[in-house]
Design a protein around this ligand. Structure first.
Ligand SMILES: Nc1nc2c(ncn2[C@@H]2O[C@H](COP(=O)(O)OP(=O)(O)O)[C@@H](OP(=O)(O)OP(=O)(O)O)[C@H]2O)c(=O)[nH]1
Length: 220
C-alpha cells in the first residue's frame, strides 16, 4: 500500500511504551523509499506472539528439560502452543500466549502482576489457572491438579490438555534422566486422571490423548 506520510500515533492510539496487550490494531510499518512512503501492514497477532515467545525464552533461558540431551526448556512451551494451533485448531491469541507463558510463574521469577502488566488480565488469569503452588508437597500438587481440572476455564483446560499431550509424547520419545519405567507409568496414570476432568473441551486433543493412554493400558 502506498500512502502519504502518517504519524505512528495514528496507528497506535491504544498502545503504551511497555504494554503490548492494547496494541491489537493493525501494525503499520513506515519505510521511506526514494519517492514515496511505503506502508506495509503486518498482522498484529504475529507481533504479539513474537513478543510473548521472546519473553518466555528470556525467562526460561537457563533451564533445560529433563531428557538426556538437556533440551532447552523453551521448546516445551513453544511445543504446547504449536499443538493448540496445529492440532487443536485454536486461534484464540490469549490461549496461545498463555501456552507460551504457562510455566513462567511456576518455574521462573515471573510474577502474575508482571504478566498482567505486559500481556493483559486474560492471559495472566489463564496462566494463573495452570500454575501449581510450589509451596505444596508434590503429592498435594498432583492431587490438586486432578481436583481443580473440571473447574478451570475452557481456555485453561485447552492449555492443560496440550501440556499433558506434549509431556506424554515426550515420555514416549525418551525417558527423563533418573526416571524408572514405573515412574513413567505412574505419570500416565495420573495424567489420565487430570484429563478426565478436562473432557468435553477439544475432541481432537482428547482423542490423541486417549490413544496414548490406551497404548499404556490406561483408559480415559
Ligand atoms: N516428559 C517430560 N517431562 C519433563 C521433561 N523435562 C521437564 N519435564 C517436566 O516434568 C514435569 C513432570 O515431572 P514430575 O516429576 O511428575 O513433576 P515435578 O517436576 O513437578 O516434580 C512436567 O512439568 P509440570 O509443570 O509439573 O507438568 P505436569 O506435571 O503438571 O504435567 C514436565 O513438563 C522431559 O524431558 N520429559
Amino acid at each position: 500500500m502506498i500512502g502519504t506520510i502518517p504519524t505512528l500515533d495514528r496507528f497506535f492510539p491504544d498502545t503504551t511504551s511497555d504494554g503490548l496487550f492494547r496494541s491489537r490494531r493493525s501494525f503499520v510499518e513506515v519505510q521511506k523509499s526514494a519517492d514515496a512512503v511505503v506502508i506495509s501492514t503486518m498482522n498484529s497477532d504475529a507481533v504479539v506472539l513474537l513478543e510473548t515467545v521472546n519473553f518466555a525464552a528470556d525467562k526460561h533461558r537457563n533451564q533445560r528439560r529433563k531428557d538426556p540431551d538437556g533440551t532447552p526448556y523453551i521448546n516445551h512451551p513453544i511445543g504446547v502452543a504449536r499443538i493448540l494451533a496445529n492440532e487443536g485448531g485454536i486461534t484464540d491469541i490469549n490461549v496461545l500466549q498463555a501456552a507460551l507463558l504457562h510455566d513462567t510463574v511456576e518455574d521462573t521469577d515471573t510474577s502474575p502482576a508482571e504478566l498482567e502488566a505486559k500481556f493483559g488480565p486474560t492471559v495472566a488469569r489463564i496462566v494463573q489457572e495452570v500454575t501449581d503452588d510450589k509451596s505444596l508437597s508434590k503429592q498435594e500438587r498432583k492431587r490438586q491438579q486432578v481436583e481443580h481440572a473440571p473447574h478451570c476455564s475452557r481456555e485453561a483446560k485447552l492449555v492443560k490438555l496440550a501440556d499433558k499431550l506434549y509431556n506424554l509424547r515426550d515420555l514416549n520419545r525418551c525417558t527423563p534422566v533418573g526416571w524408572t519405567p514405573q515412574r513413567v507409568q505412574e505419570y500416565f496414570v495420573w495424567a489420565c486422571e487430570v484429563v478426565k476432568g478436562l473432557k468435553g473441551t477439544n475432541p481432537t486433543l482428547e482423542e490423541k490423548l486417549g490413544e496414548l493412554f490406551t497404548q499404556r493400558g490406561v483408559h480415559l
